[in-house]
Design a protein around this ligand. Sequence first.
Ligand code: PNS
Length: 163
Amino acid sequence: MPAPLIAIYPGSFDPPTNGHLDLIARGSRLVSQLIVAVLENTQKQPLFSVAERIAMLKEAAGSHANVQVDSFQGLLVDYAAERQAGVILRGIRAVSDYETELQMALLNRRMRPGTETIFLMASEEYSFLSSRMVKEIITLGGDVSHFVPSIVLSRLREKFSKR
Ligand code: PNS
């Protein structure tokens, strides 16, 4: 019998979108345990703190029994080793994602042989969606209610009403 499959779904999730949630739902059906891991990136100035992003992901993805939300610093492969995860899960939206994703998957496998990256094609309705665009639209006063889970919409509205 194959060993239980532990997968990590890493990302910035600033903020989580419906596309991320779709990938979590679909990915969680393929593996024994899915760890959604928020990168603590000291170089980027995020809109939401890591704690805020974790809280939103926990609330939005809380219904999946085999999904955990965590954060990590440093190399993804080191974190994967620490969590005993053999698989990295990533979504691909358009051809433009492919190049970077291929590079990351190959580098990760070179740094930690045996680490496999599983790609899921984004569902058509989310193939145009990104956290960056969500932030841009709301900054310019547009409606993002169709693009993010309700908890994220509330947090975005709070954030932008204070500005
Ligand atoms: O949501 P994003 O910003 O596309 O996610 C990118 C992420 C977090 C998966 C990537 O930047 C990453 O794994 N960073 C951790 C540092 C690392 O391991 N870098 C080498 C990757 S080859």
